[in-house]
Design a protein around this ligand. Structure first.
Ligand code: DGT
Ligand code: CA
Ligand code: CA
Length: 574
């Protein structure tokens, strides 16, 4: 059974949590948390690294002990340390930690002081008022816990797009290899490149005698088979993700793909148009009375209702149908349109690879330029650069550019925007760079007025070029900070600055709606990998997906420009 990075991360995080509940050494706990984060950020499967014989201790923060644990997880699917912790603690304690507002510290207190071991016991303790009496809790916290427990019961879990992609790709390859199977497409929100995915919807066309259903329901990562029929099945993977499978005849392929790609709102709007034309649309085709007039391809479905093909990323009923009807659909940007990447780190700070290796990896992907943008000194956790270290890196870039053909490294920095809107390095230092990427890494809690003012002031800086991950959100982890994004976009226009769409799977920031605003205001967006290793360039495809959801075309994206044109744009005149 293949073990995915998300599985390893989950095990390492659970170990850290359980150690904390047991009151273990904080350094030991932190080592597991760091390892989980590093594995979670790794765009390549750790399994493949191990199979290839790579040394896992090459990853920062992974010592021999942790490397051993990770190898154990990859080869056996579990970890003896976690098994031991499970034996030592009540089994439902992990579930408690999923309640928002309850970290391992609070669970520890609840468990040791009130003997709360399950969600039901937690619910009861919150209701009968015994939680408020605990040290560090109080009545307000008790109320919050009560609400969270009730919400927890009704809430369903979503997965980050990049995490879903790991499971989807493995399943797709598995199904594709089944005899008689023709096409396998992962539809639903996954195909629409939504930033999170609730479940996977897989569509298969196959010969009538294909054993695809039996094979699917005996896939070895299954925790439970919810239902299994002739043409449809629904299962739960061990990771907690549900997968719906539909097997359809080749003739209905387009109609079924259209139906299961969604969104539901888009489908309903299309069906309404069809009704006005006296047609019926369902997952088997487009019908006039009994006669089937379309459905073998998605194009044929759209054509039957008088529309051009609408790309999946636009199918949210957010104006795409009206725009298609008017013949004004955007020509969405594609991965192949990117000529470079304007945000990357090397091992000089918190990246894993050398300047040279990053340059070669970018070149291998067909990129023409790569900006190196290390953190600045304020970000001590990432070993941010001071002026002397930055000057040294600039010299190194000059030397490498003289040696390398086919790729140009640009000199940049991801400079911290300080609380007052000033930048973390002096003007004289920034003046030598090709671009200055500014980022908020602290004080996410400022008021809307203050946070907005802080960023506007940073943009006023003569060397500021690009605002990194503009909303600051981390998907399913941290809400965006409170800013007036439209004002920031308009200010960027005035000052000749640009906005980043950070393609890191946890960020996907600029948000899709803000991409649309940027386009409307005429501010170019740069789709950047924020690579911390040579593997991370593969994140660019998720950034492009997000840009497409934001209706961006090639011309709206800064890093589709060839180097010479880019240089002109980076030279600010305002
Ligand atoms: P998710 O899984 O929450 O991330 O979002 P989706 O869009 O993948 O939704 P899902 O898995 O519930 O359904 C997959 C597709 O099936 C959905 O995008 C459109 C289609 N679909 C589901 N239910 C309905 C429905 O009641 N009416 C119509 N017209 N289409 C539906
Ligand atoms: Ca779905
Ligand atoms: Ca579904």
């Amino acid at each position: 059974m293949p073990v995915h990075n998300a599985d390893i991360t989950a095990i390492l995080e659970e170990i850290a949590d359980l150690l904390e509940i047991q009151g273990a050494n904080p350094f030991r706990i932190r080592a597991y948390r760091n390892a989980a984060r590093i594995l979670g950020d790794l765009p390549q499967e750790a399994r493949l690294l191990v199979e290839r014989g790579d040394d896992l201790t090459r990853l920062p923060g992974i010592g021999t002990d942790l490397a051993g644990k990770i190898s154990e997880i990859i080869t056996t699917g579990h970890c003896s340390l976690l098994d031991r912790l499970h034996r030592e603690l009540p089994p439902a304690i992990t579930e408690l930690m999923k309640i928002p507002g309850l970290g391992p510290k609070r669970v520890k207190t609840l468990y040791h002081d009130l003997d709360v071991q399950t969600v039901e016991q937690l619910h009861r303790a919150a209701q009968d008022g015994s939680i408020r009496a605990l040290h560090g809790f109080g009545e307000k916290t008790e109320q919050n816990i009560l609400q969270a427990v009730q919400a927890h019961a009704s809430q369903s879990r979503r997965f980050k797009l990049a995490t879903a992609a790991q499971y989807a790709e493995a399943l797709r390859a598995f199904l594709q290899a089944v005899p008689g199977v023709q096409q396998v497409v992962v539809a639903g929100s996954f195909r629409r490149m939504r930033e999170t995915v609730g479940d996977l919807d897989i569509l298969v066309t196959a010969a009538p005698d294909s054993p695809v259903m039996q094979r699917f329901t005996s896939y070895d990562e299954i925790a439970e088979v919810y239902s299994a029929g002739e043409t449809r099945a629904s299962i739960l993977l061990k990771c907690g993700m549900q997968v719906d499978l539909r097997v359809v005849a080749q003739a209905s392929y387009g109609a079924a793909l259209h139906y299961f790609t969604g969104s539901k709102a888009h489908n309903i709007a299309i069906r309404r148009i069809a009704q006005q034309l006296g047609l019926k649309v369902n997952e088997y085709g487009v019908f006039r009375g009994e006669k089937r007039i379309a459905g073998d391809s998605e194009e044929s479905v759209y054509r039957a209702v008088g529309l051009p093909y609408i790309p999946p990323e636009l199918r949210e009923d957010r104006g795409e149908i009206e725009t298609a009807h008017a013949g004004r659909l955007p020509q969405l940007v594609e991965l192949a349109d990117l000529r470079g990447d304007l945000h990357a780190h090397t091992r000089a700070t918190d990246g894993h690879d050398s300047l040279r290796d990053m340059a070669l990896a970018a070149r291998a992907l067909g990129l023409e330029y790569l900006a190196i943008t290390e953190h600045s000194r304020r970000l001590t956790v990432a070993h941010g650069l001071d002026p002397i270290q930055l000057a040294k890196q600039c010299d190194e870039i000059d030397r490498l550019n003289a040696q390398l053909d086919g790729i140009t490294l640009l000199k940049g920095i991801e400079v911290d925007i300080l609380e007052d809107g000033s930048l973390d390095l002096p003007d004289s230092v920034l003046a030598r760079l090709d671009l200055v990427v500014g980022a908020v890494h602290s004080r996410f809690d400022l008021s809307r007025a203050k946070q907005t003012g802080r960023i506007l002031r940073a943009m006023d800086h003569p060397h500021f070029t690009l605002l990194a991950h503009p909303s600051g959100r981390l998907i399913e982890k941290r809400e965006p900070y409170d800013v007036d994004m439209l004002r920031i976009i308009r200010h960027a226009k005035q000052r000749g600055c640009f906005l980043e769409l950070n393609a890191h799977p946890e960020r996907l920031d600029l948000l899709d709606s803000h991409c649309q605003s940027a386009k409307e205001e005429g501010v170019l967006v740069s789709i950047n990998s924020d690579a911390h290793s040579t593997f991370d360039f593969s994140n660019l495809k998720f950034g492009v997906g997000q840009a497409r959801r934001g209706w961006l075309e090639k011309a709206d994206v800064l890093n589709t420009r060839p180097l010479a044109a880019l240089r002109k744009l980076l030279r600010r005149t305002m």
